[in-house]
Design a protein around this ligand. Structure first.
Ligand code: B12
Ligand code: SF4
Length: 690
């Protein structure tokens, strides 16, 4: 028997480990082949990174390996490289196989084996068939590796014949030419012929259904996350995404029946979180049945508790029904609208099309009518974006009435996208750095020292300084508007004084930086700036550590400020009051408005419910565009009591609950006994841990 080891290493986040779906798929297919079953023994399957699975411990668990296969992604690349090298040093005859998205795609693998001489194969694209072929070939006395489709291999694995066909491939799909090579250099890369995409996903085995995951999870100490695929492939070609390659443009679907049985398994085995790897969920009519089934299983058995997917981009109407089902079952937090940018030149540069503003506002209206929370996603660092266009984009989203949440993510330059090519980098004069993965909510001491990500931090239209300044704007938009601390004030000023959000927040930024009356805010901006500089110069992880709350734990920049506001609330709002002098509003109104604002964002030191009376009808004015009236209004303000446990509150409202605006209290107007106004319905069930 030959020993085989599989690696699909992921971090354990919030006590949850991800089931190794990819290696599960490729191994499941191998198990359909008698010859493999008879000759190979799966002696180790490593799928989460913890103390027990440290590099040293893992190495001790390997003995006499014949094949070691790694699923390689940006989050485990350096780790895989380190352990692969160690294995090859000790067992030079063991085959080291790399698959996944981080190794170079077929047309970019030139030179790879000079840098990584301990690797034997890069498997390009879908791995099921290729991996099976490698294992079969490995049983022969004189394997002919060249015959295996869809790989890059080093010259040392080729037969010493006089000449070899060197194949040139485009898009990972087409042979565009071949070249006779006389002398084989052992570390040169040779491409084998491309492997066609799998046509019949429906007939491929599933690791959920053939028992291999049942064995794997025995004794696992963590809660589980699982992946399903309701389609594979994506017709779009966004330049920042690996899936945008031509290879994956055709969409393939598994049988609905198979997906149902997988959901049964996930439910029975109490899998907490399900990721759907579909890049456009809602695009196919069967997706409704799948949604209904998953919701039914959650209702009957409690699992899977949560579901997450990428929604179809151009089927706005169709997805409402599906998203609503998940939302009402407490499985998802509403609808994500992945805009990425609102700047036309940027959208052109990244080959992305959004709906126009008119349509977007129509959809937002529909989502609101359907009582379905939605939030937008934007990426900071895309080509052709300027500081101004980015700020305008975020403020436009506010003008469209989206006050629930915006996710603003830094741009990771993934190696197999155009961001990994010199031409694209040159064309847009992109500034690329290698730094820590863009994750907060990690213990800095435990931050794995291995992985780094390439990030874009500037371009020909956004200097490095502008990038940093835009990141500071991100911070202000997030803590002030989307974590709520000035949101009602900004919305009031927008209504009452017809002042745009852009004007409000650029003035607020100016106040934070330059006003003599800004002390708390000046300190916050300076601390944020300092932490950003450390991250952007690759000297430390992303985020800010507040040792007083939890030592070594990195919060997002805006969360750190939110936490500090709780501790210095009166000082913060005194500074906000000074800032509001700009707008020439009666002091009596300002004082009342500040009280309203202060009371309606959950404070972990408050005891809820609160009964509060204001002199003005702010709630009606801000939420329903009513005219401002001086009229005593009493409200019942409800929220979860945190008994001053700042970490717990921070975790639940700033982190897990941010997409459902969990920072906002629920308000009831108790003057109108029959009417209930909800600022935001907070459903703790739908808190999401990312
Ligand atoms: C679900 C998902 C997530 C989930 C869970 C991911 C997980 N860890 O399982 C969440 C939301 C957490 C997530 C987060 C992130 N993700 Co993600 N995610 C996906 C998504 C949509 C599906 C992944 C999946 O399971 N696909 C189904 C499997 C079967 O397909 P596959 O991975 O391609 O595997 C096949 C082949 O690659 C090959 N193969 C894979 N491994 C191996 C190994 C061997 C030995 C062989 C032979 C073959 C082989 O065979 C497989 C079967 O055919 C993909 C996009 C996509 N549609 O694939 C992005 C993707 C994987 N994510 C990506 C990224 C960048 C991220 C983030 C870093 C984003 C960020 N900046 O925050 C984070 C980091 C997460 C982390 N673990 O630390 C990139 C990865 C690119 C890269 N070079 O690594 C992808 C490809 C999307 C993209 N933008 O291009 N993600
Ligand atoms: S970002 Fe989404 S829509 Fe664009 S290519 Fe990637 S998976 Fe497809």
């Amino acid at each position: 028997m030959k020993n085989i080891y599989l690696f699909e290493i992921e971090d354990v986040i919030a006590n949850q480990a991800k089931l190794p779906y990819r290696t599960g798929l490729i191994w499941s297919y191998c198990l359909e082949i008698e010859e493999i079953k008879k000759n190979y023994n799966l002696d180790g399957w490593f799928w989460y990174r913890d103390k027990d699975n440290s590099l040293e411990n893992i190495f001790k668990k390997i003995s006499n390996p014949s094949v070691v296969a790694f699923s390689c992604f940006v989050w485990n690349w350096n780790w895989n490289v380190t352990i692969a090298k160690k294995i090859k040093d000790k067992w030079p005859n063991c085959l080291i196989i790399f698959g996944g998205w981080q190794p170079p795609i077929a047309d970019r693998s030139e030179g790879f084996f000079k840098d990584f001489p301990f690797v034997d194969f890069i498997v390009h694209g879908e791995g099921e068939f290729t991996f099976k072929d490698i294992l079969i070939e490995n049983l022969k006395d004189f394997p002919n590796w060249q015959n295996i489709l869809g790989c890059s291999i080093p010259g040392r694995l080729l037969k010493e014949t006089n000449d070899v066909d060197k194949i040139i491939i485009k898009d990972g799909l087409k042979v565009i030419s071949t070249e006779k090579v006389k002398k084989i250099n052992p570390l040169d890369t040779y491409l084998t012929k491309p492997r066609p995409r799998i046509d019949h996903l429906a007939q491929m085995p599933s690791p959920y259904l053939n028992g291999i995951f049942d064995k794997l999870i025995k004794g696992c100490l963590y809660e589980l996350e699982g992946t399903i695929e309701t389609t594979r492939g994506c017709p779009f070609s966004c330049t920042f995404c690996e899936i945008g390659t031509k290879y994956y443009q055709k969409i393939k679907t598994p049988a609905v029946e198979k997906v149902f049985r997988e959901i049964d398994w996930l439910s029975k085995n109490k899998v907490v979180f399900v990721y759907n790897a579909d890049s456009n969920f809602g695009m196919m009519k069967e997706h409704l049945e799948i949604t209904e089934y998953m919701v039914l299983m959650k209702k009957k058995y409690g699992y899977p508790q949560k579901h997450r997917c990428d929604w179809a981009k151009i089927h706005g109407d169709d997805v409402i029904k599906l998203a609503k089902l998940f939302y009402e079952a407490g499985m998802d937090k509403g609808l994500t609208i992945a805009l990425q940018s609102l700047n036309p030149a940027t959208l052109d540069a990244v080959k992305r099309k959004n709906m126009d503003d008119g349509k977007l506002s129509q959809f937002l209206k529909k989502y609101n009518e359907a009582d379905l929370p939605s939030y937008m996603e934007l990426i900071l660092g895309l080509p052709e974006e300027t500081k101004e266009s980015f700020i305008e984009g975020v403020c436009k989203v506010m003008e469209l009435g989206q006050h629930n949440y915006i996710g603003i993510y830094p741009l990771t330059a993934l190696p197999n996208t155009p961001f990994g090519t010199d031409d694209y980098i040159k064309k847009y004069e992109l500034i690329k750095i290698d730094t820590y993965p863009a994750f907060s909510h990690v213990d800095v001491m435990d931050q794995n020292e291995f992985e780094r990500e390439s990030m874009i931090v500037g371009s020909r239209t956004m200097s490095r300084e502008d990038y940093k300044k835009t990141s500071l704007y991100r911070w202000i938009f997030m803590f002030a508007h989307y974590l709520g601390y000035t949101q009602y004030i900004a919305r009031f000023i927008s209504n009452y004084k017809n002042i745009s959000y852009k004007s409000f927040y650029t003035d607020f930024m100016d106040f934070c930086e330059n006003s003599t009356e800004s002390n708390f805010l000046k300190k916050e901006i300076s601390e944020t700036d300092k932490s950003l500089s450390i991250f952007l110069s690759s000297k430390g992880p992303m985020g800010r550590v507040l040792d007083k709350i939890r030592p070594n734990f990195a919060w997002d920049y805006e969360e750190a400020t939110a936490i500090n506001i709780v501790e210095s609330k009166d000082i913060f709002y005194t500074e906000v009051k000074s800032f509001l002098k700009n707008y020439d509003v009666d002091e009596e109104i300002v004082d009342d408005l500040i009280e309203y604002q202060k009371d309606t964002i959950i404070d972990p030191t408050n005891k809820y419910p609160l009964k509060k009376t204001y002199n003005y009808n702010f709630y009606e004015m801000i939420n329903y565009s009513a005219k401002l009236k001086k009229k005593s209004q009493t409200y019942l303000i409800e929220g979860k009591n945190y008994n001053a446990d700042i970490f717990e509150w921070g975790k639940e409202t700033l982190w897990w609950g941010r997409r459902v605006a969990a920072c906002k209290a629920k308000i009831k107007n108790i003057n109108k006994s029959a009417m209930t106004y909800n600022v935001t319905e907070i459903n703790p069930e739908i808190f999401d841990k990312r």
